[in-house]
Ligand binder design. Structure first.
Ligand SMILES: [Zn+2]
Length: 130
């Protein structure tokens, strides 16, 4: 079986991002919708074509006055399957809401956004499921 087929099998087993929204933070802030563009044809990927995992993380950083400050975060890993060109586009964001202000931080360590023209690396992404 080709890696693309293997990946697509795993992809179909992932829950939709839509089904995991909204993400509600302890301070009342809400992350309600996720969208993104296809790396292949740059069309907007339909909302129900995103699958992946949203993990809630609770961090307790120590602030400068040594009091504990709780900040909730969510780690969003999503794969968007384009209905136009069938390309898979990966997304990874850390969501947080310090002082009720919703913040999205793109996780760039994989360098994916810098290599838009490269074909999707199925080998690399299959590892995430093993
Ligand atoms: Zn596309």
């Amino acid at each position: 079986m080709k890696n693309r087929e293997k990946f697509m099998e795993q992809f179909k087993r992932l829950p939709t991002i839509e089904s995991q929204l909204p993400v509600e933070f302890g301070n009342g802030a809400m992350f309600e919708e996720f969208n993104g563009k296809c790396n292949g044809c740059h069309e907007t990927i339909e909302e129900n074509n995103f699958r992946g995992i949203i993990n809630k993380i609770k961090e307790e950083p120590v602030s400068s006055d040594n009091s504990l400050k709780t900040e909730e975060m969510a780690d969003l890993i999503a794969y968007g399957c384009c209905s136009e060109c069938h390309e898979i586009t990966p997304f990874r964001y850390l969501l947080s809401a310090p002082e009720g202000q919703l913040t999205l931080s793109e996780v760039t360590e994989t360098g994916i956004k810098k290599h838009k023209s490269k074909p999707f690396d199925y080998d690399n992404y299959l590892r995430n499921f093993l």
